[in-house]
Write a protein of this length. Structure first.
Length: 153
């Protein structure tokens, strides 16, 4: 099964980097909540799998995580959106993405573990999730299901 990690994962990593600055372990400040993100580590693991992900992606023109989706998130809901998005990657994208090379599997596993750690920290924030954010995530998941179920779309 070929997945769309190449168009969406870089955008997610960019979002994390923008929220936390370009440092090694800066905090993401989401209202009264703050979590630490090691963007250097995330970037390293993504770089290790990038070429094989792009080579395996047969649908480069499809974007699940578009910039307009992220721009239209209500300010108080960044925490919720990020938490739901990270959970989506761990539970749906990384689980479905099979790489044969052991280094690539380790890198994908390291990314998933990093996302789990960030998500665990975000749960401590008790993020408010409004209806718009839930609708956006439902739409993203439906599009992902559509593309992975019908790869010709």
């Amino acid at each position: 099964m070929k997945l769309l990690l190449s168009p969406t994962l870089p955008r997610l990593l960019f979002l994390l980097a923008c929220l936390s600055g370009c440092g090694l372990g800066h905090g993401i400040h989401l209202g009264t909540c703050s979590v630490t993100v090691h963007t250097h580590e995330l970037r390293k693991h993504y770089t290790e799998i990038r070429s094989s992900v792009i080579a395996a992606d047969s649908q480069m023109g499809v974007r699940l995580l578009r910039g307009d989706v992220m721009r239209n998130i209500q300010e108080g809901e960044y925490c919720c959106f990020l938490r739901l998005l990270l959970r989506f990657y761990v539970e749906r994208v990384f689980v479905s993405h099979g790489l044969s090379h052991p280094l690539h599997r380790r890198s994908t596993s390291a990314l998933a573990n990093s996302f789990l750690t960030i998500n665990k920290d975000l749960r401590q924030c008790h993020c408010h999730c409004g209806e718009d954010t839930r609708i956006k995530m439902d739409s993203l998941q439906a599009q992902f299901d559509k593309v992975t179920t019908h790869p010709d779309i």
